[in-house]
Design a protein around this ligand. Structure first.
Ligand code: NIG
Ligand code: FE
Length: 415
């Protein structure tokens, strides 16, 4: 038996439909449905439109009546996080702000390796539990789909532990979790061999198990001076492509180079891009690769923002993600960060909202969400307001009052 529910009336619904995937967007392009309703059937949207019209057309549907002013947007998609980890890096943050460099911190026992050590100490149950907890906090802020990377294990067994924990967490967490293997996060300090040897071993031993256990479809690598070079990664990404994994890259964070590799390998996304210059912007703009800005990392490290305005003006598809991780991006608040990026990079409301909805879904190759349209998943974020502009205007301080995931009301602030 199918179940139909009509939700509304909303003062405004922003379906995010009819907007292109790439390039700049003006706010005039945003369709706004006033006095709107959303008809849900099971886990998906059956129709959107005027609330009263839908009520007449579908008299059999149950009605979830909203009192007061509400605005509805698609549930947010956070396409880049590292929320599966053990321990804390509060010490790194304090040291950075006291003037220590990234390398000095790494040498004094901090950095990614510190989290690797702490994550290896955690049991799979502990990792599962803390991942669920963090994911559910994101849901209360409107995120209904959340990518989660491994990358703090850095041995075959420890990477498997992380990816199995993420798979377990996905069964219970309120947002849907999309996992990514980031075994190429850095050369582990206890690996006896070169970068090339580590990557060769990883692709040979880990990749087949990822397929067998259906742990992930996505392979990521950190291309950076402190991690892997463009040359190091060639064979690794070739193997990943041959095995039909989707590729994504930590690119151009401190120095340019990764985005070129991303485009060469037709990666789904190139993320970070704080150090991208005009050459990299042009490359990305003329590719199918989604550019993902991570303002949370700029705020956590005190670095420049991704040149989002230039990317959009050049014609790139821009998504915005939180990069939530214990080191460079501890805040983990997508809406706040996206709003701030909009302020500093002069992005329209439409560009920011597209960056955390359908353009972010494209960065995960998901075509079934990110817009409020018949046939797509009923993932909704609802705010107390009569004007959608309030969402970004409040810079993250206006939280959703209700969130629907797969057609179910999973969060209600009033309860
Ligand atoms: O996306 N850039 C590399 N990786 C993470 C940071 C991870 C960490 O510092 O623990 C990032 O910023
Ligand atoms: Fe990251």
């Amino acid at each position: 038996m199918t179940k139909r529910t009509l939700i509304g009336p909303f003062k405004q619904i922003l379906p995010m439909t009819g907007i292109k995937l790439k390039g700049a967007i003006s706010d005039h392009e945003l369709e706004v449905i006033v006095e709107g309703g959303i008809l849900i059937e099971d886990n998906h949207i059956l129709a959107t439109g005027n609330f009263e019209d839908l009520k007449l057309k579908y008299p059999e549907a149950g009605v979830q009546l909203l009192k007061g002013n509400h605005v509805c947007v698609p549930g947010f998609v956070d396409a880049h996080t590292h929320i599966c980890f053990g321990g804390s890096r509060a010490k790194d943050y304090a040291m950075r702000n006291a003037g220590k460099s990234y390398l000095e911190i790494a040498h004094s026992g901090g950095g990614i390796w510190d989290t690797v050590t702490q994550t290896r100490k955690a049991s799979i149950e502990e990792l599962t539990k803390s991942t669920i907890k963090r994911a559910n906090r994101h849901l209360k802020n409107g995120t209904t789909t959340l990518e989660v990377k491994s990358g703090y294990g850095l041995t075959v067994d420890e990477e498997l532990k992380m990816l199995r924990a993420i798979k377990e967490a996905d069964k219970e967490a309120l947002p849907e979790l999309i996992s990514t293997c980031l075994a190429a996060h850095m050369l582990p300090k206890d690996f006896d061999g070169s970068e090339t040897e580590y990557l060769k071993m990883t692709s040979k031993e880990l990749f087949p198990i990822l397929k067998e256990e259906n742990l992930t479809q996505r392979i990521d690598a950190f291309i950076e001076q402190s991690a892997f070079s463009a040359d190091d990664i060639q064979a690794y990404f070739s193997k990943a492509s041959q095995m039909n994994f989707h590729i994504t890259v930590h690119a151009d964070q401190f120095s340019a180079g990764g985005s070129k590799v991303a485009v060469e390998f037709n990666a789904i996304s190139a993320d970070h891009l704080e150090a991208s210059g005009d050459t990299e912007i042009e490359l990305l703009a003329h590719s199918e690769t989604i550019a993902v800005a991570l303002p949370g990392a700029s705020l956590g490290l005190g670095c420049d923002f991704t040149p989002a305005r230039k990317l959009l003006d050049a014609g790139a598809a821009l998504a915005i993600a939180s990069d939530h991780n214990p080191g460079s991006a501890p805040m983990g608040d997508l809406l706040t960060q996206a709003s701030i990026l909009g302020t500093f990079q002069k992005l329209t409301n439409a560009e920011v909202l597209a960056g955390i909805t359908f353009r972010a879904a494209a960065a995960l190759k998901l075509e079934d969400r990110g817009k409020l349209e018949a046939g797509l998943l009923a993932d909704l974020a609802v705010f107390h307001s009569d004007n959608y502009q309030d969402i970004l205007y409040n810079q993250g301080n206006l939280k959703p009052c209700m969130v629907w995931k797969n057609g179910e009301l999973v969060f209600d602030r009033h309860k």
